[in-house]
Design a protein around this ligand. Structure first.
Ligand code: AMP
Length: 251
């Protein structure tokens, strides 16, 4: 496994890979079983598996969230090596934003509710970094989790609209035994908080309507940002112990 820290080194490597099928999994690191499931699928469906680890500053509207975001590079690289990954992109911010924040991608439909409404600047930040990475990697397929369903939807549409030529592959949400969706932010919760947080999944799955789901989540002591239904799914975002959690299920 090779780790690339500069865009120019990666570009040379990419040229050498021409003609081979290439799969890509973009991540922000602090890797868990959810990430591993994407990487395993990427590994089986492509000759070359590429993973990026980059905590993208432009998608954080809260500076303390960016600061607290877990960073576990050494353990991440060990996991990716075990999973048989060929290449890891781990560039510094200056490499991916050589002109700072001058340019950004915006979308006017799917990104308006939910995360778009509650986290100003989040989707422009996500879409901008995903576009940069997809252009750099030029993968045949890129793998995204249904855990971040709104992000998956807008990325799928962006790839089509900008003729990117990478197929966006949707992967199911991986959960802990309690039902809690695996997330890098789960490590910031206390043991008790982690148990309470599982109510998100159970409320979304079992409540007869969004209002009841909200009440079930609040009864566990979480502060709910929203429970909404879109695209045949039910979504929630809630905060606990200063950690923001999101989840969604089909309805
Ligand atoms: P992140 O590192 O949080 O930016 O996530 C990188 C990719 O992993 C995104 O496509 C996420 O949707 C996906 N992902 C994160 N958590 C899970 C999970 N529990 N199950 C499946 N995919 C996930």
């Amino acid at each position: 496994m090779q780790v690339w820290e500069t865009v120019s080194d990666w570009k040379s490597r990419r040229r050498a890979l021409s003609g081979r099928s290439l799969g890509f999994v973009p991540t922000m690191g602090a890797l868990h079983c959810g990430h591993a499931s994407l990487v395993e699928r990427c590994r089986t469906e492509n000759e070359i598996a590429v993973v990026s680890i980059f905590v993208n500053p432009t998608q954080f509207n809260d500076p303390s969230d960016l600061e607290r975001y877990p960073r576990t590079m050494e353990a991440d690289l060990a996991m990716l090596k075990n999973l048989g990954v060929d290449d890891v992109l781990a560039p510094a911010t200056q490499e991916l934003y050589p002109q700072g924040r001058r340019f950004r991608v915006e979308e006017d439909c799917i990104t308006k509710p939910m995360e778009g409404a509650y986290r100003p600047g989040f989707f422009p930040g996500i879409m901008t970094i995903v576009l940069k990475l997809l252009n750099l990697v030029r993968a045949d397929r890129a793998y995204f989790g249904e855990k971040d369903y709104q992000q998956l939807q807008v990325t799928t549409d962006m790839a089509i609209d900008f003729f990117i030529g990478t197929e966006i592959v949707a992967c199911p949400t991986v959960r802990e035994a309690s039902g809690l969706a695996e997330s890098s932010r789960n490590t910031l919760l206390s043991a008790v908080g982690r148990q309470k947080a599982a109510c998100l999944f159970h409320a979304l799955s079992n409540a007869p309507n969004p209002e009841q789901a909200r009440m079930m989540i609040e009864a566990e002591g979480l502060t709910v940002d929203y429970v909404e239904e879109h695209w045949g799914r039910r979504f929630a975002a809630a905060r606990l112990e200063g950690v923001r959690l999101i989840d969604n299920v089909p309805v």
